[in-house]
Design a protein around this ligand. Structure first.
Ligand code: HEM
Length: 451
């Protein structure tokens, strides 16, 4: 639905679309220069047509605070993720079914449940870092992916060290890694490239990994359905005992898709964020010194809750999510009625995306936005439409509290117990990883030793 008065980025649509897929940071920074606040793009390849993209906090507030009323957030528009996540997870479903599913899964990632995960997060981080040898080079993102996958696996499935669990985690890593490069992402954005041309073809490999993964996931689900234990508090057990308003249990396919979505969304993003914190902290010695001083002020017996309440650690994590956001956009919202937004009129059916990346780059909110300066978050409180790493409204990230807790505890654990340094002075750039942004080199580091 084209709107004549909304600016469009310059250049040919097809070229812009390729640039957006292969080099999203350049694409977004260029559009910011041409069309601040609002622009309309013909198609970003998400499977729907023209879309209005905004990075203005007032517009974001208008759209996201009217979710389920003036705007809808249809799961079908997230279908680009369906080949990995299936069609029946919270991300893909809509309306009342979506609302009900969120109510089911969200409590597992909040409040008291977080206390239960705290020690586990610290232990898993410590154990992963302990496998490194002094002087050993490693990519921080690989290490943090191992840690975040193990954490979300335990949250989702409960404690489980079986061979099947190891196989599921290994296949999950291979599947998401296989879509990790910008070129591999072309397969997500151009469904015509999703052709199984045999086991060695790029999509053929993914199809085969997915089907092995599905087999193992269904085997686990069936075993757990047969031995349901009401005392277990993991998400699979909760979903198994949950009933919809009409009294129905979730089908095996719904259980499978929900678990896949939580496993993928719950570790890919967090792994990237932890790796970025490690980068920024080691890139700026004054940040590292202030953070270490704060961490060293804690006694050796500090609890995860005490660690998570440290103000500078919190500011470092927030500044990381601002400066190096993992998600570029919110999920799409669709106007259900004619709307006037910042003086512009839009027809029902207009699709909107909140641009997290550009909101976090706004000079009026974050002077010198390319600088990494955690103090911003100590000097000023930003509204949830100015600092928006987890989106907002009816599809706000269900794992936001867990992600922030995990980020703080994983970073604090690594810095309190070990010493690291960056392997090179070269700046780490952000590049596409599936539908997210991640450090292009994976943050190459050297493990110095214990502290
Ligand atoms: C740093 C880590 C993370 C970031 C930056 C992030 C970011 C986001 C964003 C931007 C959205 C879309 C929000 C919107 O449209 O308003 C989202 C949705 C979602 N996230 Fe996260 N996320 C992170 C970690 C997690 C974790 C740990 C989990 C799982 C435990 C998770 C599960 C989900 C799910 C299930 C949705 C879809 C919610 C819905 O459709 O109702 N995320 N996330």
């Amino acid at each position: 639905m084209t709107n004549a008065t909304i600016p469009k980025p310059k250049g040919l649509t097809a070229i812009r679309r390729l640039e957006w897929i292969l080099d999203p940071v350049t694409y977004l920074e260029r559009t910011k220069a041409d069309t601040p606040d609002f622009f309309e793009e013909d198609s970003l390849g998400f499977g729907y047509g023209s879309v209005i993209i905004t990075s203005h906090p007032e517009a974001l507030q208008f759209i996201l605070s009217r979710d389920r009323k003036t705007f809808d957030a249809p799961g079908e528009l997230n279908s680009i993720l369906a080949p990995i996540l299936g069609d029946n997870s919270v991300i893909m479903i809509s309306g009342d079914r979506h609302k009900e599913r969120r109510q089911l899964v969200a409590p597992a990632f909040h409040g008291e449940r977080l206390d239960v995960y705290g020690e586990m997060i610290c232990e898993l981080t410590r154990a992963a870092a302990a496998t490194l040898k002094p002087g050993e080079p490693f990519a921080a993102r690989n290490l943090t992916q191992q840690v975040s996958l193990q954490i979300i696996f335990k949250v989702v499935f409960g404690l489980d060290e079986s061979l099947r669990s190891q196989q599921i985690m290994s296949l999950l890593t291979q599947t998401v890694d296989s879509l990790g490069s910008p070129f591999a992402a072309l397969m997500l954005f151009f469904s015509s490239l999703q052709k199984d041309l045999g086991p060695w073809s790029p999509w053929g490999k993914i199809v085969r990994m997915r089907s092995q993964l599905d087999e193992l996931m269904y085997a686990e689900i069936r075993e757990r359905l047969a031995t349901a234990d009401p005392t277990r508090t993991d998400i699979l057990s909760m979903l198994i005992s949950a009933r919809t308003e009409s009294g129905e249990a979730l089908s095996e396919q719904e259980l499978h898709d929900e678990l896949m979505a939580l496993l993928v969304a719950g570790h890919e993003t967090t792994a990237t964020a932890i790796a970025w914190v490690m980068y920024w902290v080691h890139k700026q010695p004054e940040v590292k010194a202030r953070l270490l001083a704060e961490l060293d002020g804690l006694g050796p017996e500090a609890t995860p809750t005490e660690i998570s309440q440290l103000p500078y650690l919190g500011a470092v994590c927030q500044e990381t999510l601002r400066r190096s956001p993992v998600a570029m956009f919110t999920f799409p919202r669709v106007a259900q009625e004619p709307v006037t937004l910042m003086g512009q009129s839009f027809q029902p059916g207009s699709v909107f995306l909140g641009c997290i990346f550009l909101t976090h780059q706004r000079e009026d909110l974050y002077p010198n936005p390319h600088d990494f300066r955690p103090e911003r978050f100590l000097e000023r409180k930003f509204s949830p439409y100015e600092f928006i790493p987890f989106g907002n409204g009816s599809r706000r990230c269900v794992g936001a509290a867990l992600a922030q807790y995990e980020l703080k505890l994983a970073v604090a654990t690594m810095l309190r117990h070990y010493q690291f340094r960056l392997a090179s002075d070269r700046p780490e750039m952000a590049k596409r990883r599936g539908v997210t942004l991640a450090p292009a080199q994976g943050v190459p580091m050297i493990f110095v030793g214990e502290r």
